[in-house]
Design a protein around this ligand. Structure first.
Ligand SMILES: Nc1ncnc2c1ncn2[C@@H]1O[C@H](COP(=O)(O)OP(=O)(O)O)[C@@H](O)[C@H]1O
Ligand SMILES: [Mg+2]
Length: 282
Protein backbone atom coordinates (compact mmCIF):
# COMPACT_ATOMS: atom_id res chain seq x y z
CA UNK A 1 0.00 0.00 0.00
CA UNK A 2 1.40 3.38 -0.84
CA UNK A 3 1.73 5.78 2.04
CA UNK A 4 -0.42 8.86 2.33
CA UNK A 5 1.59 12.05 2.35
CA UNK A 6 0.43 12.68 5.90
CA UNK A 7 -0.95 10.31 8.47
CA UNK A 8 -3.98 11.59 10.31
CA UNK A 9 -4.73 10.46 13.82
CA UNK A 10 -7.48 11.29 16.24
CA UNK A 11 -6.54 12.63 19.65
CA UNK A 12 -8.52 11.91 22.77
CA UNK A 13 -7.44 15.16 24.36
CA UNK A 14 -9.97 17.95 24.55
CA UNK A 15 -13.75 17.80 24.42
CA UNK A 16 -14.20 17.21 20.74
CA UNK A 17 -11.83 14.85 18.97
CA UNK A 18 -9.44 16.92 16.88
CA UNK A 19 -7.84 15.36 13.86
CA UNK A 20 -4.22 16.42 13.65
CA UNK A 21 -1.39 15.60 11.38
CA UNK A 22 1.64 13.59 12.43
CA UNK A 23 4.73 15.41 11.18
CA UNK A 24 7.07 13.54 8.82
CA UNK A 25 9.89 11.47 10.33
CA UNK A 26 12.36 13.61 8.38
CA UNK A 27 12.18 16.88 6.50
CA UNK A 28 15.27 18.12 4.69
CA UNK A 29 14.71 21.71 3.55
CA UNK A 30 16.83 23.60 1.05
CA UNK A 31 20.15 22.14 2.12
CA UNK A 32 23.27 23.43 0.37
CA UNK A 33 26.89 22.60 1.16
CA UNK A 34 30.34 23.42 -0.19
CA UNK A 35 33.70 22.18 1.02
CA UNK A 36 36.81 24.24 0.62
CA UNK A 37 40.16 22.60 0.31
CA UNK A 38 43.37 24.57 -0.38
CA UNK A 39 41.37 27.64 -1.35
CA UNK A 40 39.36 25.69 -3.91
CA UNK A 41 35.69 25.44 -3.22
CA UNK A 42 33.68 22.36 -4.23
CA UNK A 43 29.93 22.77 -4.28
CA UNK A 44 28.59 19.43 -3.17
CA UNK A 45 24.86 19.90 -2.53
CA UNK A 46 22.54 22.52 -3.96
CA UNK A 47 19.13 23.29 -2.51
CA UNK A 48 18.12 19.75 -1.58
CA UNK A 49 14.67 19.23 -0.06
CA UNK A 50 13.11 15.86 0.65
CA UNK A 51 10.68 14.21 3.02
CA UNK A 52 10.41 10.82 4.70
CA UNK A 53 6.95 10.25 6.16
CA UNK A 54 6.51 8.09 9.26
CA UNK A 55 7.25 4.43 8.47
CA UNK A 56 8.06 5.22 4.89
CA UNK A 57 10.95 3.70 2.91
CA UNK A 58 12.54 6.38 0.74
CA UNK A 59 15.54 5.94 -1.56
CA UNK A 60 18.07 8.27 -3.11
CA UNK A 61 19.78 7.30 -6.35
CA UNK A 62 22.41 9.44 -8.02
CA UNK A 63 25.88 9.42 -9.55
CA UNK A 64 28.89 8.78 -7.43
CA UNK A 65 30.34 11.93 -5.83
CA UNK A 66 27.05 13.89 -5.97
CA UNK A 67 26.95 14.41 -2.21
CA UNK A 68 24.71 11.57 -1.01
CA UNK A 69 26.92 10.53 1.91
CA UNK A 70 27.48 14.20 2.74
CA UNK A 71 23.71 14.64 2.98
CA UNK A 72 23.60 11.75 5.47
CA UNK A 73 26.38 13.35 7.50
CA UNK A 74 24.38 16.58 7.58
CA UNK A 75 21.20 14.75 8.64
CA UNK A 76 23.17 12.96 11.35
CA UNK A 77 24.61 16.24 12.64
CA UNK A 78 28.21 15.35 11.74
CA UNK A 79 28.54 18.10 9.11
CA UNK A 80 27.02 21.59 9.24
CA UNK A 81 25.12 22.68 6.14
CA UNK A 82 25.82 26.15 4.67
CA UNK A 83 22.12 26.66 4.17
CA UNK A 84 18.92 24.88 5.00
CA UNK A 85 17.44 23.01 7.94
CA UNK A 86 16.71 19.48 9.09
CA UNK A 87 13.57 18.58 11.00
CA UNK A 88 12.70 15.26 12.58
CA UNK A 89 9.20 14.58 13.84
CA UNK A 90 8.48 18.28 13.41
CA UNK A 91 11.45 19.49 15.51
CA UNK A 92 14.50 21.35 14.24
CA UNK A 93 17.55 19.13 14.71
CA UNK A 94 20.09 20.76 12.36
CA UNK A 95 23.57 20.03 13.73
CA UNK A 96 22.31 17.69 16.47
CA UNK A 97 23.75 14.21 16.86
CA UNK A 98 22.19 11.07 18.22
CA UNK A 99 18.81 11.46 16.52
CA UNK A 100 19.22 8.76 13.89
CA UNK A 101 20.46 5.23 13.50
CA UNK A 102 23.03 5.12 10.75
CA UNK A 103 24.57 2.34 8.73
CA UNK A 104 27.62 3.75 6.98
CA UNK A 105 28.88 2.73 3.56
CA UNK A 106 31.52 0.38 5.02
CA UNK A 107 30.15 -2.11 7.57
CA UNK A 108 31.82 -0.64 10.63
CA UNK A 109 31.58 -3.44 13.15
CA UNK A 110 34.00 -3.13 16.04
CA UNK A 111 36.47 -6.01 15.68
CA UNK A 112 36.94 -6.39 19.42
CA UNK A 113 33.25 -6.76 20.20
CA UNK A 114 31.24 -9.93 19.67
CA UNK A 115 28.39 -9.91 17.16
CA UNK A 116 25.84 -9.63 19.97
CA UNK A 117 27.69 -6.72 21.55
CA UNK A 118 28.04 -5.02 18.18
CA UNK A 119 24.30 -5.37 17.59
CA UNK A 120 23.61 -3.91 21.05
CA UNK A 121 25.86 -0.90 20.54
CA UNK A 122 23.09 1.55 19.62
CA UNK A 123 21.06 0.93 22.76
CA UNK A 124 24.24 0.95 24.85
CA UNK A 125 25.16 4.43 23.61
CA UNK A 126 21.63 5.66 24.25
CA UNK A 127 21.72 4.13 27.74
CA UNK A 128 18.78 1.83 27.04
CA UNK A 129 20.70 -1.43 27.02
CA UNK A 130 19.20 -3.95 29.46
CA UNK A 131 18.14 -7.61 29.59
CA UNK A 132 15.22 -6.88 27.32
CA UNK A 133 17.44 -5.27 24.69
CA UNK A 134 19.81 -8.27 24.90
CA UNK A 135 16.94 -10.67 24.46
CA UNK A 136 15.69 -8.73 21.44
CA UNK A 137 19.19 -8.79 19.96
CA UNK A 138 19.40 -12.58 20.39
CA UNK A 139 15.97 -13.02 18.86
CA UNK A 140 16.89 -11.00 15.77
CA UNK A 141 20.35 -12.57 15.44
CA UNK A 142 18.59 -15.96 15.17
CA UNK A 143 16.03 -14.59 12.79
CA UNK A 144 18.54 -13.24 10.29
CA UNK A 145 20.45 -16.52 10.20
CA UNK A 146 23.31 -15.57 12.50
CA UNK A 147 22.24 -17.93 15.29
CA UNK A 148 25.30 -19.54 16.88
CA UNK A 149 27.46 -16.51 16.05
CA UNK A 150 26.38 -14.39 19.03
CA UNK A 151 29.79 -14.77 20.68
CA UNK A 152 31.79 -14.74 17.43
CA UNK A 153 33.91 -11.77 16.36
CA UNK A 154 33.32 -9.94 13.07
CA UNK A 155 36.37 -11.38 11.27
CA UNK A 156 34.88 -14.86 11.67
CA UNK A 157 31.88 -13.89 9.50
CA UNK A 158 31.50 -13.61 5.72
CA UNK A 159 30.87 -10.20 4.12
CA UNK A 160 27.13 -10.85 3.82
CA UNK A 161 26.92 -11.95 7.46
CA UNK A 162 28.78 -8.84 8.61
CA UNK A 163 26.36 -6.70 6.62
CA UNK A 164 23.44 -8.39 8.32
CA UNK A 165 24.96 -7.76 11.74
CA UNK A 166 25.64 -4.10 10.87
CA UNK A 167 22.11 -3.81 9.60
CA UNK A 168 20.67 -5.35 12.78
CA UNK A 169 22.65 -2.87 14.83
CA UNK A 170 20.94 -0.03 12.95
CA UNK A 171 17.55 -1.76 13.14
CA UNK A 172 17.70 -2.32 16.90
CA UNK A 173 19.00 1.12 17.75
CA UNK A 174 16.37 3.10 19.63
CA UNK A 175 16.22 5.94 17.10
CA UNK A 176 13.19 5.77 14.84
CA UNK A 177 14.83 7.00 11.64
CA UNK A 178 17.35 4.76 9.86
CA UNK A 179 19.82 6.03 7.30
CA UNK A 180 21.34 3.28 5.18
CA UNK A 181 24.23 4.32 2.95
CA UNK A 182 24.68 1.82 0.10
CA UNK A 183 24.50 -1.08 2.53
CA UNK A 184 24.89 -3.78 -0.13
CA UNK A 185 27.45 -2.20 -2.42
CA UNK A 186 30.33 -4.42 -1.32
CA UNK A 187 28.46 -7.67 -1.88
CA UNK A 188 28.47 -10.02 -4.87
CA UNK A 189 25.33 -10.10 -7.02
CA UNK A 190 23.82 -13.24 -5.51
CA UNK A 191 24.36 -12.22 -1.89
CA UNK A 192 23.06 -8.78 -2.75
CA UNK A 193 19.86 -10.17 -4.17
CA UNK A 194 19.39 -12.36 -1.07
CA UNK A 195 19.97 -9.36 1.16
CA UNK A 196 17.40 -7.29 -0.76
CA UNK A 197 14.73 -9.93 -0.23
CA UNK A 198 15.75 -10.23 3.39
CA UNK A 199 15.56 -6.47 3.96
CA UNK A 200 12.20 -6.28 2.19
CA UNK A 201 10.69 -8.94 4.45
CA UNK A 202 12.28 -7.55 7.57
CA UNK A 203 11.13 -4.00 6.88
CA UNK A 204 7.59 -5.07 6.05
CA UNK A 205 7.43 -6.86 9.39
CA UNK A 206 9.10 -4.13 11.43
CA UNK A 207 8.37 -0.83 9.73
CA UNK A 208 10.75 1.97 10.38
CA UNK A 209 11.25 5.27 8.67
CA UNK A 210 14.14 4.66 6.30
CA UNK A 211 16.26 6.79 4.01
CA UNK A 212 18.30 4.52 1.78
CA UNK A 213 21.12 5.39 -0.62
CA UNK A 214 21.77 3.06 -3.51
CA UNK A 215 23.25 2.96 -6.99
CA UNK A 216 21.03 0.07 -7.88
CA UNK A 217 17.76 1.06 -9.54
CA UNK A 218 16.11 -2.35 -9.20
CA UNK A 219 16.92 -2.40 -5.50
CA UNK A 220 15.38 1.06 -5.07
CA UNK A 221 12.22 0.04 -6.93
CA UNK A 222 11.83 -3.20 -5.03
CA UNK A 223 12.17 -1.65 -1.60
CA UNK A 224 10.92 1.94 -1.71
CA UNK A 225 7.72 3.91 -1.40
CA UNK A 226 9.36 6.77 -3.22
CA UNK A 227 12.66 7.50 -4.95
CA UNK A 228 14.57 10.75 -5.35
CA UNK A 229 16.92 11.00 -8.34
CA UNK A 230 19.93 13.25 -7.75
CA UNK A 231 21.91 15.17 -10.34
CA UNK A 232 25.69 15.04 -10.59
CA UNK A 233 27.70 17.35 -8.31
CA UNK A 234 26.52 19.68 -6.94
CA UNK A 235 23.79 17.20 -6.08
CA UNK A 236 20.25 18.50 -6.44
CA UNK A 237 16.96 16.70 -6.88
CA UNK A 238 16.05 16.09 -10.51
CA UNK A 239 13.03 13.84 -10.10
CA UNK A 240 10.90 12.16 -7.50
CA UNK A 241 8.82 9.10 -8.27
CA UNK A 242 6.25 7.23 -6.21
CA UNK A 243 6.60 3.46 -6.46
CA UNK A 244 3.11 2.04 -6.98
CA UNK A 245 3.49 -1.64 -6.02
CA UNK A 246 1.31 -2.80 -3.12
CA UNK A 247 2.80 -4.43 -0.04
CA UNK A 248 3.74 -7.01 0.97
CA UNK A 249 5.93 -7.10 -2.11
CA UNK A 250 7.68 -10.12 -3.50
CA UNK A 251 10.57 -10.33 -5.94
CA UNK A 252 8.15 -11.39 -8.69
CA UNK A 253 7.13 -7.75 -9.15
CA UNK A 254 10.52 -7.30 -10.82
CA UNK A 255 9.19 -9.14 -13.89
CA UNK A 256 6.06 -6.99 -14.22
CA UNK A 257 5.69 -4.54 -17.14
CA UNK A 258 5.22 -1.61 -14.73
CA UNK A 259 8.48 -2.44 -12.93
CA UNK A 260 10.33 -2.64 -16.23
CA UNK A 261 8.80 0.64 -17.37
CA UNK A 262 9.91 2.44 -14.20
CA UNK A 263 13.33 0.84 -14.42
CA UNK A 264 13.74 2.13 -17.97
CA UNK A 265 12.64 5.60 -16.95
CA UNK A 266 15.07 5.78 -14.01
CA UNK A 267 17.97 4.30 -16.02
CA UNK A 268 17.30 6.87 -18.76
CA UNK A 269 17.54 9.72 -16.26
CA UNK A 270 20.71 8.31 -14.75
CA UNK A 271 22.32 7.87 -18.18
CA UNK A 272 21.45 11.44 -19.16
CA UNK A 273 23.01 12.70 -15.96
CA UNK A 274 26.17 10.67 -16.43
CA UNK A 275 26.47 11.87 -20.05
CA UNK A 276 26.16 15.50 -18.87
CA UNK A 277 29.00 14.97 -16.42
CA UNK A 278 31.22 13.57 -19.14
CA UNK A 279 30.69 16.62 -21.36
CA UNK A 280 33.71 18.87 -20.92
CA UNK A 281 32.82 22.22 -19.39
CA UNK A 282 33.58 25.26 -21.50
N1 LIG B 1 34.90 16.48 4.71
C1 LIG B 1 35.09 16.76 3.42
N2 LIG B 1 35.98 17.69 3.03
C2 LIG B 1 36.15 18.01 1.73
N3 LIG B 1 35.47 17.42 0.72
C3 LIG B 1 34.57 16.47 1.04
C4 LIG B 1 34.32 16.10 2.40
N4 LIG B 1 33.35 15.13 2.41
C5 LIG B 1 33.02 14.94 1.11
N5 LIG B 1 33.74 15.73 0.29
C6 LIG B 1 33.61 15.82 -1.18
O1 LIG B 1 32.25 15.95 -1.48
C7 LIG B 1 31.92 15.29 -2.68
C8 LIG B 1 30.73 14.37 -2.46
O2 LIG B 1 31.12 13.27 -1.67
P1 LIG B 1 30.07 12.20 -1.12
O3 LIG B 1 29.04 12.91 -0.32
O4 LIG B 1 30.85 11.14 -0.45
O5 LIG B 1 29.40 11.67 -2.48
P2 LIG B 1 28.56 10.34 -2.76
O6 LIG B 1 28.24 9.70 -1.47
O7 LIG B 1 27.35 10.83 -3.53
O8 LIG B 1 29.42 9.47 -3.64
C9 LIG B 1 33.19 14.57 -3.11
O9 LIG B 1 33.80 15.36 -4.11
C10 LIG B 1 34.04 14.53 -1.87
O10 LIG B 1 35.39 14.55 -2.19
MG1 LIG C 1 28.66 7.86 -0.67
Amino acid sequence: MSQESHTTIETKAGKSPVAHTVPPALEVSEISKSFSHRRRETRVLHNVSLTVEQQEFVSIVGPSGCGKSTLFHIIGGLVEPDDGVIKMNGKFVTGQRGEISYMPQQPALFPWRTIEDNVLLGSEIKGTSNDQAREAARHWIQKVGLGGFERAYPHMLSGGMQQRAAFLRALLAPQELMLLDEPFSALDALTRSEMQTWLLELWEENRRSVLFITHNIEEALLLSNSIYVFSGRPGSILHKIEVPFPRPRREEIMDSPEFLRLKRQLSGWMREEQAKNRTPRT
